[in-house]
Write a protein that binds this ligand. Structure first.
Ligand SMILES: [Zn+2]
Length: 171
């Protein structure tokens, strides 16, 4: 989305505070989807000196994903400081240098910056808690279930017989 910096163009050298909403599309990180709660927020200050726009502040982005171990939902918030320089260019020739952030007119596109800041800050994997051990192995569940069933049978050795008797009485 575009940030209007015309105030800084009119008054070079003066700092202007800003709050800017931005949208970040869901990201696939090692097969797990990270979904951002849009809009994310950028806030800080910008100022203009000659053809250079200085913009600094922080990106705050709430997100949801799943624990890499147990697959439970995980919510987190990234707070990423930034300090960037955009060059004001009046013609297309200046846009050819892709290493350099630039803008034309009085508005700056911050979508790409927001995405880059957020993705670089993402951990390789999210955990619901630091010591999450993940899912119990499948056979462990089954063993527990079998143990319970045996216990029940021992407690009520005549349960099956009782059912048969009841049925006979009903007939
Ligand atoms: Zn977990």
């Amino acid at each position: 989305m575009l940030l209007d910096v015309s105030s800084a163009l009119r008054e070079p050298g003066k700092e202007f505070a800003f709050i800017h909403p931005e949208n970040i599309p869901p990201q696939d990180i090692l097969g797990e989807t990270v979904t951002f709660e849009n809009p994310v927020r950028m806030d800080g200050v910008f100022s203009m000196t000659d053809d250079t726009l200085y913009i600094k502040g922080k990106l705050t982005a709430a997100l949801t994903t799943r624990c890499a171990n147990c697959l439970e939902p995980v919510a987190d918030t990234l707070v990423v400081p930034f300090d960037e320089v955009f060059t004001h260019v009046d013609n297309r020739a200046g846009m050819e240098d892709e290493e350099q952030l630039s803008f034309q007119g009085s508005k700056v596109e911050l979508g790409h910056l927001a995405l880059t800041l957020a993705v670089l800050e993402l951990p390789m994997r999210f955990l619901c808690r630091e010591d999450c051990e993940g899912l119990l192995p499948e056979n462990q569940h089954n063993q527990q279930a079998n143990a319970c069933q045996e216990e029940l049978d021992q407690e009520h050795p005549f349960a099956a017989l009782q059912q048969l008797l009841t049925k006979d009485q009903e007939v």
